[in-house]
Design a protein around this ligand. Structure first.
Ligand SMILES: NC(=O)c1ccc[n+]([C@@H]2O[C@H](COP(=O)([O-])OP(=O)(O)OC[C@H]3O[C@@H](n4cnc5c(N)ncnc54)[C@H](OP(=O)(O)O)[C@@H]3O)[C@@H](O)[C@H]2O)c1
Length: 288
């Protein structure tokens, strides 16, 4: 299987490169090798390589900055996936793309299903939703995996931020009224690799792919400190006391049952993903 991977240095891209290699030949690109802001480059790279599978974890992920950089967010998150999808259709390739819980407004009481109506409340969510729509409209074979609260032992993420602040002895005040499922990039990469080993590929569409269970950012921060044996107090605050440029949904929990039924993939609990990431991180810190 010939696979083209974008964003190899991102949290998920890094894990995907390692999870996908047993499946075939992986051509992995960083931003310099394949800039998704350059439509001509996207088309020529795909036409040269002729992959059978395109995996696209690259994205404009700066949720707050997107509020003032709308054009850049839409170029990478909406237009580029549309071009990848057009080229996938020409090649007869499968496009695997990742989207976000932030396509929803967070007002639903329970977990969101794929058929719930998206209604993004920030520019990042709107740009990702437009990317989903462009892929659907292309006629390419596709799986769009919507995920949430992604972290890894590397990159920019909540896990590493909390750990740094705790070690510096900084006061910790963390939002306790937004709920979701912290999802490790490693578990997403493994689930993606498993999806590709299906003998009868499930139909094109959107599938929710998050860790099982739910917590708040405050709950996540508390679990991180507990894993590291740190005892810094963490104040639980409402979102109103932590104003940011982009609004966040209060409920980000996604229902994974369509993924389980179609792909026979059961996502691990978020605590298991955290334990694994902490073990990797502890190993890295031990070897430094
Ligand atoms: N992070 C989350 O909490 C979260 C939540 C829900 C959904 N998602 C989705 O999950 C996917 C993976 O996210 P992630 O957390 O792994 O993101 P990430 O760590 O921020 O990585 C994004 C990658 O995209 C690359 N990129 C940005 N602009 C590019 C461009 N113009 N051309 C080529 N590459 C470009 C970045 O390159 P550089 O390394 O050069 O910057 C980076 O390697 C994304 O689709 C994201 O929208 C993420």
């Amino acid at each position: 299987m010939k696979i083209l991977l974008t964003g190899r240095n991102g949290q998920l891209g890094w894990e995907l490169e390692r999870a996908l290699w047993p499946l075939g030949e992986v051509a992995a690109f960083d931003r310099a090798g394949l800039d998704l802001a350059d439509p001509g480059r996207i088309r020529s790279t795909l036409r040269d390589l002729k992959p059978e599978v395109i995996v696209n974890p690259a994205a404009y992920t700066a949720v707050d900055r997107a509020e003032s950089e709308r054009e850049a967010a839409f170029a990478i998150n909406a237009r580029a996936p549309g071009i990848l999808a057009e080229e996938a259709r020409r090649l007869g390739a499968l496009l695997i793309h990742y989207s976000t819980d932030y396509v929803f407004d967070g007002t639903k009481a329970g977990p969101y299903a794929e058929d719930d109506t998206p209604s993004p409340i920030n520019v990042y969510g709107a740009s990702k939703l437009e990317g989903e729509n462009a892929i659907r409209a292309s006629g390419a074979r596709h799986w769009i995996f919507r995920t949430s609260w992604v972290y890894a032992p590397r990159g920019k993420n909540f896990l590493l931020n909390i750990l740094r602040l705790a070690r510096e002895g900084k006061p910790l005040r963390v939002v306790a009224d937004q709920f979701g499922a912290p999802t490790s990039a490693a578990m997403l990469a493994r689930a993606t690799a498993k999806a590709l080993t299906n003998h009868a590929p499930p139909p094109s569409g959107v599938y929710h792919m998050t860790a099982a269970g739910r917590t708040s950012w405050h709950g996540f921060a508390s679990a991180i400190l507990a894993e590291f044996g740190l005892h810094n107090p963490i104040a639980a605050i409402p979102s109103s006391e932590h104003p940011l440029p982009a609004k966040r949904p209060a409920n980000s929990v996604l229902d994974n049952s369509r993924l389980a039924a179609a792909f026979d993939i059961r996502m691990p609990d978020w605590e298991d993903g955290l334990r694994e990431a902490v073990a990797t991180l502890s190993g890295k810190m031990g070897s430094e």
